[in-house]
Design a binder for this molecule. Structure first.
Ligand SMILES: [Zn+2]
Length: 352
C-alpha cells in the first residue's frame, strides 16, 4: 500500500528545531509523511528552519489558520440567538475576512509555506450552547436572510420545535430539512460559510498557495453550516474530522444536538444502531466517496480529552476503515506520537 500521511505540528514554546528534527527522523523511519499542518504564531522562531527541513524531505507544509475562533480579538464577534456577543467571530463580516488576510500578510507571507489549512470554519455548534448552535444573528448575517421568515424560525428555536430536526440526508451527507423555512435558513447559513471560504481561497490561490479546509464529519457538518460538497469545489482539499472520541468527536456534537429537544427521535433515527456503529460509519464513508473533491479523512491518534483516550486497537480499526484513501491525516501533536502507534501504522502499511 502506498498510503501517505498528513501530520500536525502545533506550536509549543518548548519545541526546538533540534527536538522536531529528531522526532521527524524517528517518524520517517517508519511511515511516509506527505503533508505537515504547522501551527505557529508571529513569534515562532523555528518556523522558517522547520519548513526548510520538511522541504528537504519533500514534505508539503501548510499554515494552520483558525478563522472563526481562537484568537479573534481583532474580529467582529458572532451574536447569538439571544443577542449576546460570543467569543467566536461573525462569518459574514468582510472586516473579518480582511483581518485574516492582514494577519497572513504581516506575520506569515515571508515564510515559504506551500499552502494554508483553514480551520474553525464552521458556525458554532450546540457544544457551545443552544443559543450559539443556530449561528450568528448580527445585522450583517440577518441581512443575508432577508428572504426568510426569520420571526417564524426564531419562534421555532425558542420552542425547541421538532421542525428544527426533521429531515433526511442526501448522498453527499447534506441534510435536507422537511420544513421549507428551516431548510432555507440552513441553506443561507451554509452559503455564508461557503462565501467566506470562496473569498479566502481566491486570495490564497492568488498567492500561489494550496488551500485546504478542516470540516466536521458529514453527519454533523451541514448542521454547523458546512456544505462539504460545495466547499470541496472551492478549495484544493477538504479534511473531514472522522473522530470517534474526545472533545471533537462526532458523538459529542451529535449528543449536544439532541439534548435540547424532547422529540430527538426525528434526528436520532438516522443512527438507530448508534452513531459509531459499523452501519453508521459505512454510511459516512459513502457520503465522503460521493463528494466531488479531494478528500483527506482525518482520524485521531491522540485526543485532548484525558478521560477519553484512543486505544491502539481503535487506531487500527480506523486505519482499516480508511485504507482506500491515498492520504490520511493523523490528528494529534506529532511530537507526542508514541512508538506503539507508529509501529502499528508501519505494520499496517507492510501487510496491506
Ligand atoms: Zn454575523
Amino acid at each position: 500500500m502506498n498510503q501517505k500521511f498528513t501530520l500536525t505540528l502545533p506550536y509549543h514554546p518548548s519545541y526546538s528545531i533540534d527536538k522536531i528534527k529528531s522526532k521527524i527522523n524517528e517518524i520517517l523511519s517508519k511511515i511516509p509523511i506527505k503533508n505537515i499542518i504547522l501551527g505557529c504564531d508571529a513569534n515562532t522562531t523555528y518556523a522558517k528552519d522547520v519548513i526548510d527541513y520538511f522541504h528537504e524531505h519533500h514534505i508539503r507544509v501548510y499554515l494552520r489558520l483558525p478563522i472563526l475562533c481562537g484568537n479573534t480579538k481583532d474580529r467582529i464577534p458572532m451574536i447569538d440567538m439571544e443577542q449576546k456577543q460570543t467569543a467566536r467571530a461573525c462569518p459574514s463580516s468582510l472586516h473579518n475576512a480582511h483581518e485574516i488576510i492582514h494577519l497572513y500578510e504581516t506575520s506569515f507571507a515571508n515564510l515559504p509555506f506551500d499552502g494554508v489549512f483553514l480551520d474553525e470554519l464552521q458556525s458554532a455548534s450546540f457544544v457551545s450552547s443552544y443559543a450559539q448552535g443556530f449561528g450568528c444573528f448580527c445585522d450583517s448575517c440577518e441581512k443575508q436572510m432577508y428572504s426568510l421568515d426569520l420571526p417564524y424560525i426564531k419562534d421555532l428555536i425558542q420552542r425547541h420545535d421538532k421542525n428544527l430536526l426533521r429531515g433526511e440526508y442526501d448522498k453527499y451527507g447534506r441534510y435536507h430539512f422537511a420544513d421549507y423555512q428551516v431548510n432555507m435558513f440552513y441553506k443561507r447559513k451554509a452559503q455564508i460559510i461557503s462565501d467566506l471560504i470562496f473569498k479566502l481561497s481566491a486570495y490564497f490561490n492568488s498567492r500561489k498557495l494550496i488551500v485546504g479546509v478542516n470540516v466536521l464529519a458529514p453527519v454533523m457538518a451541514y448542521h454547523a453550516s458546512q456544505n462539504i460538497n460545495e466547499i470541496g469545489k472551492l478549495v484544493d482539499f477538504v479534511q473531514p474530522m472522522m473522530f470517534t472520541k474526545g472533545c471533537n468527536g462526532m458523538s459529542k456534537e451529535y449528543d449536544a444536538y439532541l439534548q435540547y429537544f424532547e422529540e430527538g427521535h426525528h434526528f436520532s433515527k438516522h443512527a438507530l444502531e448508534g452513531l459509531l456503529s459499523e452501519k453508521s460509519m459505512r454510511r459516512q464513508l459513502d457520503y465522503l466517496s460521493n463528494i466531488n473533491a479531494n478528500v483527506i479523512p482525518s482520524i485521531e491518534i491522540q485526543t485532548e480529552d484525558d478521560h477519553d483516550q484512543i486505544s491502539v486497537d481503535e487506531v487500527l480499526e480506523q486505519l482499516h476503515m480508511f485504507h482506500s484513501y491515498a492520504t490520511l491525516a493523523l490528528c494529534g501533536d506529532l511530537m507526542k506520537i508514541d512508538d506503539a502507534i507508529l509501529t502499528l501504522i508501519s505494520n499496517a502499511l507492510l501487510v496491506s
